[in-house]
Design a protein around this ligand. Structure first.
Ligand code: NAP
Length: 309
């Protein structure tokens, strides 16, 4: 077994890498287990215009490459390994990956969340090319264009409302004829003249060779199939926090995200911290993830100091 580390960070999105930058600068020589999708959700987006510090937009994958280099610059070791099991009942904590077993005194969980997708081949191919799962991130690129939003929950209403700032029309496609969204969000969306609704309908295919040109729709009641031209498709059918390894070990909130104390990244186990989208189902932004990553590193540092008291 390799020597016990001071801190291991699971995940290499903005939360994990910011935690690494801070922990590295704090001389904790962190180990980042970057996972099978290094860089997290930002690697699935194209231009990022709202991360402070970049007057010219930066590509999501490029931003993550820079963050990774910055973390390494301060002594972070990064391994592109996937954690497959953790033991948090015994201290020091144990993390098993596909390749090795590690131990650490503090653990920062920054495994993120994954946007649920419809499961269409065209959806993955056109992700970042007119197909998106985040209106705040990408809405700006759809000025004066026609957009389709898929989903009937609060996220879909929120995305649709936000997108009306840019789009000429936003059509919400929902698989039932009742919205799941809260009444207030429903009312707001229904009152907005830029938003239309297509009920009892699913997206069968997103059309376009290298950028979105439309959607093929199917009415679940009549079986009718037709095409609707649009330049943007926003899939807003929920997110899944990546908590499978911790579900039986750590307290989760009622939506399945890792529960942390208010204004803190402290979890239900002392020495284990959670940052970024795995504990935030409200903001879900790169910059807020980076912020909680910073908090986690500072709290881990304090925790490690307390072990000497
Ligand atoms: P959600 O409430 O689970 O809604 C998901 C929506 O997507 C549902 O309408 C669902 O349809 C639809 N859907 C799921 N899988 C689908 C599929 N494969 N194909 C087509 N449609 C599919 O998720 P959410 O909207 O992300 O909200 C999650 C939680 O966060 C909720 O508690 C919500 O209140 C909260 N939230 C609040 C706000 C706010 O208050 N501003 C904003 C965002 C989220 P069915 O209705 O048929 O199941």
């Amino acid at each position: 077994m390799p020597p016990v580390r001071k801190v291991i960070i699971l995940g290499s999105g903005p939360a994990g890498l910011t935690a690494a930058i801070y922990a590295g600068r704090g001389n904790l020589v962190p180990l980042v287990l970057a996972g099978s999708q290094p860089g997290g959700q930002l690697t699935l987006t194209t231009l990022v215009e709202n991360f402070p510090g970049f007057v010219d937009p930066i590509m999501g994958p490029d931003l993550m490459t820079v963050m990774r280099k910055q973390a390494e610059h301060f002594g972070t070791e990064i391994r592109d390994e996937d954690a497959v099991a953790v033991d948090l009942r015994v201290h020091p904590f144990t993390v098993k990956t596909t390749d090795a077993t590690y131990q650490s005194q503090a653990l920062i969980i920054a495994t993120g969340a994954s946007a649920k997708l419809l499961g269409l081949e065209s959806e993955r191919r056109l992700l970042g090319r007119g197909m998106s799962t985040c209106a705040t991130c990408d809405g700006f690129f759809f000025k004066d264009q026609e957009i389709v939003v898929v989903g009937g929950g609060d996220s879909a209403m929120e995305e649709a409302l936000f997108l009306t700032k840019f789009a000429t029309h936003v059509e919400v496609i929902h698989r039932r004829n009742h919205l799941r969204a809260s009444k207030i969000m429903q009312d707001r969306a229904r009152r907005n003249e830029t938003i239309g609704f297509t009920w009892d309908t699913v997206v069968e295919e997103i059309l376009g060779a290298d950028k979105v040109a439309g959607v093929r729709l199917r009415d679940l009641k009549t079986g009718a199939v037709w095409e609707r031209p649009c330049q943007g498709v926003f899939v807003a059918i929920g997110h899944t926090p990546n908590t499978e390894l911790f579900a039986d070990l750590l307290e989760l909130n009622d939506r399945g995200y890792i529960a942390t104390r208010p204004w803190s990244t402290v979890t239900s186990i002392s020495g284990v911290f959670a940052a970024g989208d795995v504990q935030d189902n409200v903001f879900r932004q790169a910059v807020t993830a980076a912020g909680t990553g910073c908090m986690a590193a500072m709290e881990a540092e304090r925790y490690l100091e307390s072990l000497h008291d």
